[in-house]
Each structure stands twice: as C-alpha cells, then as structure tokens.
Design a protein around this ligand. Structure first.
Ligand code: GTP
Ligand code: MG
Length: 246
C-alpha cells in the first residue's frame, strides 16, 4: 500500500522524531523513493523536545547522509516550521505547472497526524476535495497546485530495524521497555530521573522500582513490572519522557 501511494505521488514527506531522528529514518524506503524517481523531504518533528544545538547537528548529518531535497525542523505542537517547509516545497516545484501530489509517511508515533492537523489548520480554507483528484480522499492545499494527502502512510513492520520493531510494535512489553531503557541510558538529556526519581538502568530491577514507586502491585502485593513497562512506553509515546541521540 505505502509503495503504491509513493509511486502515484509526486513527492514524499518523511517524518522523523527529533529525539532520535536518524534511527527513525527509513533508509530502505528512502531507497525505494529514489528508485521511483520521487523527491523527498525529511521533516524532523517535535524539535520543541530537544536543544537547538542537537536539532542543528541532526539536520547537518541527515543532509549529508541522505538524498533528501531538504531537511526541515518542525514542531506540530508549537506550530513551528510550516512556512520554511512550504517555501522549500514551492521552490522545488516552481517550474511544474501541473498538480503536485505529496504524501506524508513515517513510523508510528512520530507525529504524522499532529503534523497533518497543523498543516490543515494553516491551510484551513483549502481542505475541501480538490477537483481531479481521487474521490473520497481529502487533500490539503499547501500552495497553489501543491496538495498533500490527509491520510499518512505508516511505515510497516517489515521496514523496521529489530530494536525499533520491538518498541514501536510491542508484543512483550517488558522486553520493549528494556530496549527503550537501554537507549535512554546511553542518551543525552534524559528527564527519566525527574519522572521516576532515580537514574535509568536497563534491567529488571528498574521495572520493579518503578512498579513500587507508582504502587503498581499485583494481587498479593508483588510489583507489577508489566504495568511499569507499559508506563515507560506510554511516557515515551506521549513525549513526557525525553532524551535524545543520533
Ligand atoms: N512535544 C511534541 N509532541 C508532539 C509533536 N508532534 C506530535 N507530538 C506528540 O507525539 C505523539 C504522537 O503523535 P501523533 O500525531 O499521534 O503521531 P502519529 O505519527 O500520527 O502516530 P500513529 O498514528 O500512531 O502512527 C502524541 O502524544 C503527540 O501529542 C511535537 O511537535 N512536539
Ligand atoms: Mg496518526
């Protein structure tokens, strides 16, 4: 499905999470996009969660290591970055005089829906169906002839690296939480200590300590490490828990 969407588009916006932008890039899919001969932009969303210095460093690395037309900082929460993104897209398609259809893709939870909402609000007067384009779909008019599908493409599991597969599509939540903790333990700027009251260590003991601290107890009073793991994953997904790494 996602490949079909990409193939029938004129360009792709790939959204990544500013906390770990390089790991949540989908290099395999970028290669496919290039094979289809489509331009793509990397959007580093959630830049409000990381220091500017780190966001700038990521931008440099991604510009150097990818073939994206541009790498743009955005915060869907703070309504930041839209004009810069629009300017870059407009400049690229300035000599094209037909309709330009863009699709937005990204892994789960990178902020695809939030970003589409932000764009739709900026372009509030133009989310009506655009004549000549697939019925049933809504298109957000970015500018003139340039429109973006309001249905984002979720990058599927088969494109996910092993460790992120476990975090993004958790089956054994304790294992998933420990993998995430291992990343946070090595990362910069973690606020884990503020939330949980001690520094992160990727081990069972951490899960037990969290269960005890938040009073997650099973019948019989045993610490419920399953609930503790779920809390870590939820705090990460809701962006309450932050840390950043390249
Ligand atoms: N701080 C911050 N949080 C954000 C930003 N954008 C999205 N979020 C949060 O990130 C979480 C995921 O955002 P969504 O927009 O639901 O992400 P998604 O990619 O559509 O997720 P799926 O539909 O599950 O694939 C939510 O808790 C959002 O509030 C941002 O720019 N800054
Ligand atoms: Mg969504």
């Amino acid at each position: 499905m996602i490949l079909k969407e990409i193939e029938s588009s004129d360009g792709v916006l790939e959204v990544v999470d500013a906390r770990c932008p390089n790991e949540l890039r989908c290099i395999n899919l970028e290669t496919k996009i290039e094979e289809f001969g489509k331009p793509f932009w990397i959007i580093i969303n959630k830049v409000d969660l990381v220091p500017k210095e780190f966001a700038d460093r990521c931008k440099k690395v991604l510009k150097r290591e990818s073939s994206a037309v541009d790498v743009i900082h955005v915060s869907s929460k703070k309504f930041y970055g839209f004009w810069i993104l629009r300017r870059s897209i407009k400049r690229y398609f300035k000599d094209v005089d037909k309709k330009v259809k863009l699709v937005l893709i990204g892994y789960p939870n990178v902020g695809k829906s939030s970003l589409i909402n932000m764009l739709a609000q900026y372009c509030a007067t133009s989310t009506a169906p655009v004549p000549g384009l697939t019925k049933g779909k809504q298109w957000i008019r970015i500018s003139g002839r340039i429109v973006l599908s309001d249905t984002p493409g979720i990058i599927p599991r088969e494109y996910t690296s092993k460790d992120w597969d476990k975090i993004l599509f958790p089956q054994d939540v304790e294992e998933s939480a420990l993998i995430l903790l291992e990343k946070i333990e090595k990362a910069e700027g973690s606020n884990f200590g503020e939330i949980y009251g001690f520094e992160p260590k990727a081990n069972e003991e951490t899960l037990t300590k969290i269960a005890e601290k938040f009073n997650f107890l099973k019948k019989g009073g045993e610490p419920d490490t399953h609930r503790a793991s779920q809390k870590i994953l939820n705090d990460w997904n809701s962006c309450k828990l932050t840390a950043w790494w390249l």
